[in-house]
Write a new protein. Sequence first.
Length: 308
Amino acid sequence: MKRVVSVSLGSSKRDHRCEIELHGEHLEIARLGTDGDMAKAISLLQQLDGQVDAFGLGGIDRYLFAGKRRYEIHDARRLVRAVHRTPVVDGSGLKNTLEREAVRFLHQKLGLELKGRKVLLVSAVDRFGMAEALAEAGAELLCGDLIFALGLPIPLRSLRSLRILATFLLPILTRLPFTFLYPTGSRQDQSVPKNTKYFQWADLIAGDYLFIKRNMPDDLTGKIILTNTVTASDLEELRRRNAGLLVTTTPEFSGRSFGTNVMEALIVALSGKDPGAMTADDYRSWVDRLGFKPRVVRLDGLQTMPGA
């Protein structure tokens, strides 16, 4: 049996463990939250190093992207350096493939016309592939990186402006404690409506679910949510707020959608390849081989759509 473990800086309340069969292999998948405790995360990684087939880093990105340039987050580097035997991934290798495909899925399989549709992408530097795919589809895109990560009420309405800003800011921001940029630990359980005008403006709300959850208004009537890493309680909360449709970029395993870091770790474990040797074509091939498709849920009745 292969074991994949996501060590997360997120809340332990979102922990999950399951066993699945994929590609003729029996796999155990576990998500272990450390409630924002960096030392605990490092200790867990060291304890499990060599005992599992692949690690995913949860609640933190190793890299942020703008165009073809990537910037390494220093806190993530600390976590990676704690591991010497087990492959470590953060999901960024898979995001560029999986999340572009999810945008195409919206149009080709669900019949959603994206041209001219108002889309709020809460953070684009951690989902640049999704941002590019939405822009290429003709969506009216609003990137909320400054709004949701830095608390600055400045919407970015083009990828060009995002790239220019990222060139100046990311070399500095990636050196700061990651908690400055992203909610970790118990902060992931908080939800206070804020920046609601951007949610109200959008037809489709996309990106990191914790940024969405922390800020979303009580009324999401008819909104389409494109995200990942949602639990059963998250699903109920979106239903209570009358969201119309949920699409997660990763499939459901035992009642929840895991993060891309888990999916990437799973593929690396099955492939037996070093993560550094994995290409976009490799990930695309494995996604097709494993039959991974976005999860689609109509929130009015919590019924998965046929064929999804």
